[in-house]
Design a protein around this ligand. Structure first.
Ligand SMILES: [Zn+2]
Length: 146
């Protein structure tokens, strides 16, 4: 599936997280400036950064010369549940419950509809800076094989 908000090119350079070694995709400075909390967002050094999506890893963003911990990112604050869709506020737990309750299709249809209408804000709201629809698919897969 492709969606209107996916700007990701397969040619984008992948980088390995310096802490956990996971393959990570690049993020824009715009995404980082929205994700890093004040006052740290005023001290980000421009560069080519990637986002480590591994929740168990303490590294949020990294470049060849800097690392930014998840602890100072909005999406990884203790009060914040693990999110699936940051634009429309759907947590992983909410989608898992919807899968179990048979209402997941409607929940996802709303997100698909909004992304096609370009009403999403992945670049600013998702710490990965990209469309979340792939994450929906991953959860569906995990649910159907569980
Ligand atoms: Zn990592």
């Amino acid at each position: 599936m492709s969606c209107a908000c996916c700007h990701t090119s397969p040619k984008q350079r992948r980088m390995n997280c310096p802490a956990c070694g996971q393959v990570c995709l690049p993020v824009s400075m715009q995404t980082m400036r929205h994700q890093v909390q004040a006052p740290d967002n005023r001290h980000i050094v421009d560069g080519d950064y990637a986002f480590c999506a591994n929740r168990d890893c303490s590294v949020g963003y990294f470049s060849v010369s800097a690392t930014i911990p998840k602890a100072i990112l909005r999406a990884f604050q203790p009060a914040q549940p693990a999110m699936l869709c940051h634009c429309f506020d759907i947590s992983e737990a909410a989608y898992r419950a919807a899968l179990a309750g048979g209402t997941a299709a409607a929940m996802k249809a709303f997100v698909v509809q909004q992304t096609q209408a370009k009403q999403c804000a992945c670049e600013a709201r998702n710490p990965a800076g990209r469309c979340c629809l792939a994450a929906f698919k991953q959860m569906e897969k995990a649910f159907s094989t569980a």
